[in-house]
Design a protein around this ligand. Structure first.
Ligand code: GLN
Length: 490
C-alpha cells in the first residue's frame, strides 16, 4: 500500500499566507502541478489538467497582492472541479462520450464564486458517467484509482475529486452528491466530504442528474477547510430557483463550539450489511463523543430501509427526463443517419454507456402511463415517509451517526457486473438526499487492509452548524489516536 502525499498545510493557511504575502500563489500551484506530474498517470483523477490557466491565475493573484489588493478568502487555494460543473469555454464532459467536443457558454455559479474568492482551478476531475455509480468504473474515459491502494476504486461518482485531494493534486475539490457521491468517495479516500442541505449551494451550471436530489459540496483535508469552502460557496443564487433565499451562519465559527450536551443518535434499526471493521470504528466514534460530554440516544428511522428502493425509482425517473436533451442536435456528439429519428437513436446508442442506458430505461418505465402511480408515485410517498421519520428522530437527537460506506475501498471489478451490489454502497447516504438534509463523512481511522474508514454525521435541515461541531470533535479524536499510534509523535 502506498501512502498518498500528506497535505503540506490547509486551505485556510494557504489563503492567509498568500494574502499577507508570506506565500506565493505561483509556488502553491507549482507544488500541486508537480504532484500531478508524478502520480496522475497512475491515478487518473483528471479528465483535463489546466496547467497554463492555473499558472496564469496564480500570477495574477500574486500581482494583486503586490499591488496591495486583497484577492479574497481563498487566495491561492488550488481547486479541482468534478467534470459535471460548467466551465465557460472549457470542455465539460460528465465523463460521457455524448458530450464530446462541447464547451459550455457559461460558468457554474460555484465556479465563478470560487474564482472571485481567489481560488485557482487546476483541472476537471473524472466521474462515473453523468454521476451514475459508486466506483468511477462507469467513466467513458477509464476509472480513477484510489491513491491509498491503486488496485482499488476511489468510490464514486466523484472519485476523481476525492482522489485529487487524497493524492495532493489540489488542496480542495468539489463534487456533486445525488445519493452519496461526495460522502462515499470521501470515506474511501480518507478525506472530508460534505453534502449540504438541498438548496444551501447553487446548482446553476451543475449538469443535472436528478434535480430534486443533486447538491454540490467540498472535499478537503480538514473539517475547518470544508467549513471555509461552504462559507464561501453557500448562499442564495437568483439563478437557481431551488436555492434557499437566505444567508447562512459561518460554519468556521460554529465548529469552534464543543459537543458537550449534544444528543448523538444511534439508529437502532439501521439496515445491516456494514463490514465488522466499519461497525467497530462507528462504535469508537460513539465512545469518543460520549467521552467529550455528548449524550448517546437510541432512535428509530424505519424508512431508512426503503431509501434505496425509492431512490432507484426517483433518481432514474428524473435522469430519464434530464438526459432527454442529449439528442445529437444541441450538444456534443452526433451520429449521422437517414432521418432525424434515426439520428437521435444512433447518437444516443453510441454516446451513452451501459449504466446510463439502464437508468434511462428504468426511469422511462417508472414514469410511463399505467406504471406511474405504482412506481414513481409510490416512491414519492416513501420519500415523504423518510422525511417524516427523520423529523421524528431529530426531535430526540441533534445529529445521527452511521457508517458512510458499508465497506472500505473495494477492488476494481468486484461489483462490476452486479448493479445491485453497487447500489448497496449507498444504503447509508441516500436517505438524506431524499429528505434534502445535510450529511458529511469524516475520516475516522482505518479498517481492513489499513484502508480509511469514514463516519457519517447526519443532521436536520440547515443544521450544518451542529453537524460541523460533531465532525470537528471526531476529527480531533482521530488525530489524537493517530498521534498515539505513531508513538506520541504527531
Ligand atoms: N451511487 C449513486 C448512484 O449511482 C449516487 C450517485 C450520486 O450521488 N451522484 O446513483
Amino acid at each position: 500500500m502506498s501512502t498518498p502525499s500528506a497535505p503540506a498545510t490547509t486551505a485556510a493557511a494557504i489563503a492567509a499566507g498568500v494574502r499577507d504575502g508570506s506565500l506565493k500563489a505561483a509556488d502553491i500551484v507549482e507544488q500541486h502541478l508537480a504532484a500531478i506530474a508524478t502520480r496522475e498517470p497512475e491515478i487518473h483523477a483528471f479528465n483535463l489538467v489546466l496547467a497554463d490557466e492555473a499558472r496564469a491565475a496564480a500570477a495574477q493573484i500574486d500581482q494583486r497582492v503586490a499591488a496591495g489588493e486583497d484577492p479574497g478568502p481563498l487566495a491561492g487555494v488550488t481547486v479541482a472541479l468534478k467534470d459535471n460543473m460548467c466551465t465557460r469555454g472549457i470542455p465539460t464532459t460528465c465523463s460521457s462520450k455524448i458530450l464530446e467536443g462541447w464547451r459550455p457558454p457559461y460558468d457554474a455559479t460555484v465556479v465563478s464564486t470560487l474564482r472571485d474568492a481567489g481560488a485557482i482551478v487546476v483541472g476537471k476531475t473524472n466521474l462515473d458517467e453523468f454521476a451514475m455509480g459508486s466506483s468511477t468504473e462507469n467513466s467513458a474515459f477509464g476509472p480513477t484509482r484510489n491513491p491509498h491502494d491503486t488496485s482499488r476504486v476511489p468510490g464514486g461518482s466523484s472519485g476523481g475529486s476525492a482522489a485529487s485531494v487524497a493524492a495532493g493534486f489540489s488542496q480542495v475539490s468539489f463534487g456533486s452528491d445525488t445519493g452519496g457521491s461526495i460522502r462515499q468517495p470521501a470515506a474511501l479516500c480518507g478525506v472530508v466530504g460534505v453534502k449540504p442541505t438541498y438548496g444551501y449551494v447553487s446548482r446553476y451550471g451543475l449538469i443535472a442528474f436528478a434535480s430534486s436530489l443533486d447538491q454540490i459540496g467540498p472535499f478537503t483535508n480538514s473539517v475547518e477547510d470544508a467549513a471555509l469552502m461552504l462559507d464561501v460557496i453557500g448562499g442564495h443564487d437568483p439563478l437557481d430557483s431551488t436555492s434557499i433565499p437566505q444567508a447562512h451562519p459561518s460554519l468556521r465559527d460554529a465548529m469552534q463550539q464543543d459537543v458537550a450536551g449534544l444528543r448523538i443518535g444511534r439508529i437502532t434499526d439501521l439496515p445491516e450489511g456494514a463490514d465488522p471493521d466499519v461497525v467497530e470504528r462507528l462504535e469508537v466514534a460513539f465512545d469518543t463523543l460520549r467521552a467529550a460530554g455528548a449524550k448517546i440516544v437510541d432512535v428509530q428511522v424505519p424508512a431508512f430501509t426503503f431509501g434505496l428502493t425509492a431512490y432507484y425509482l426517483i433518481a432514474p425517473a428524473e435522469a430519464s427526463s434530464n438526459l432527454a436533451r442529449y439528442d445529437g442536435v444541441r450538444y456534443g456528439m452526433r451520429v449521422e443517419a437517414a432521418d432525424t429519428n434515426a439520428m437521435y437513436g444512433a447518437t444516443r446508442a453510441a454516446g451513452f454507456g451501459d449504466e446510463v442506458k439502464r437508468r434511462i430505461m428504468l426511469g422511462t418505465y417508472a414514469l410511463s402511463a399505467g406504471y406511474y402511480d405504482a412506481y414513481y408515485g409510490k416512491a414519492l410517498k416513501v420519500r415523504r415517509l423518510i422525511s417524516d421519520d427523520f423529523d421524528r428522530a431529530y426531535q430526540h437527537a441533534d445529529v445521527l451517526l452511521t457508517p458512510t460506506s458499508p465497506s472500505v475501498a473495494f477492488q476494481f471489478g468486484a461489483k462490476g457486473d452486479n448493479p445491485l451490489a453497487m447500489y448497496l454502497c449507498d444504503t447509508y447516504t441516500i436517505p438524506s438526499n431524499l429528505s434534502g438534509q445535510p450529511g458529511m463523512s469524516v475520516p475516522f481511522g482505518t479498517g481492513a487492509h489499513g484502508l480509511p474508514v469514514g463516519v457519517q454525521v447526519l443532521a436536520g435541515t440547515l443544521q450544518e452548524p451542529t453537524m460541523f461541531r460533531v465532525a470537528a470533535a471526531l476529527e480531533a479524536a482521530a488525530t489524537k489516536e493517530r498521534g498515539l499510534q505513531n508513538g506520541g509523535v504527531r
